[in-house]
Design a binder for this molecule. Structure first.
Ligand SMILES: [Fe+2]
Ligand SMILES: [Fe+2]
Ligand SMILES: [Fe+2]
Ligand SMILES: [Fe+2]
Length: 272
């Protein structure tokens, strides 16, 4: 018996998030089947830890996408993720600290399932319903169009953001037209990572005069964006065209917009 039926998880309109949801359901089902087959705490705790790290990285990615897409209620959604992880940690704590025959029980799985379904079916849908169901970018469309609203008011930084947009648009165009082999596309994505590292460094120098904790928060935001980007790129190292397209259209676009609009644009008022 499946713990979560992947068919019951509704499509979000974002292929990258849909893939994450299917993967999470698969992993949850495996943990559940291990438990059904007699695996008990503390052995089960290792499996639950793996699940927890997948959930954490999915939740982070989801918020980046939501913020980059301009979803206003992202903070409330982030708190729902935190509540869910707290609940999960309680189970994990019991499993690790008091490993008895009943420390992982059917109630625990039922509760995890109902929390997750409430979240994915009720709350996540609120977020994704802002989007059209089919938000695939067509061959002749650019992945990201630069808009004056993206300007942070510093020519050098705007120029770097525009360069990142141009690079992402070019990769996306090559992918859509099939004019460049996938291996070369994957190499170019690594270049994007390096460009982002350099861009963040130059921004951190530029903003080093900002009062603490402002400068510190900006550095921390960069660190977590880079970590998230690295995880996403590593996951796609042996991916096919369809998955890399979903990565670009469903995640990388919003990753960059989230950085520009929500990390850098907030510093506008300090640039005068
Ligand atoms: Fe989700
Ligand atoms: Fe969510
Ligand atoms: Fe930036
Ligand atoms: Fe920044």
């Amino acid at each position: 018996m499946n713990f979560i039926d992947p068919k019951l998880i509704p499509a979000t309109g974002n292929l990258e998030i849909d893939r994450d949801h299917r993967k999470l359901a698969e992993v949850m089902n495996r943990v559940y089947s291990d438990w059904q087959n007699g695996m008990r705490c503390p052995e089960l705790a290792g499996k639950l830890e793996v699940l927890r790290s997948l959930l954490t990285s999915h939740f982070g990615k989801e918020i980046t996408i939501a913020r980059g897409a301009g979803y206003q209620r992202w903070l409330a959604h982030h708190h729902e993720h935190k509540d869910f992880l707290n609940r999960f940690d309680q189970f994990l704590g019991v499993c690790k600290l008091a490993p008895g025959p009943d420390s992982a029980n059917i109630e625990m799985f039922m509760e995890l399932e109902s929390h997750l379904f409430e979240h994915e079916v009720l709350s996540d849908q609120d977020m994704w319903s802002l989007w059209e169901k089919d938000n695939t970018v067509q061959v002749n469309e650019r992945l990201i169009d630069w808009k004056p609203a993206y300007s942070v008011g510093i020519e050098q930084i705007d120029g770097q953001h525009q360069r990142l947009i141009v690079l992402l648009n070019a990769i996306h165009q090559h992918l859509k037209s099939g004019s460049v082999p996938l291996s070369a596309i994957l190499e170019r994505l690594k270049v994007i990572y390096q460009e982002a590292v350099q861009h963040f460094r130059s921004e951190e120098q530029y903003f080093s005069h900002l009062p603490e904790p402002m400068a510190d928060q900006h550095r921390t935001a960069h660190e977590s964006l880079l970590k998230e980007l690295k995880t996403a790129l590593d996951e796609h190292e042996s991916a096919d065209v369809e998955r890399v397209t979903a990565l670009l259209e469903g995640y990388l676009k919003f990753w960059l917009l989230d950085h520009i609009l929500n990390t850098d644009n907030r510093l506008r008022e300090y640039i005068k």
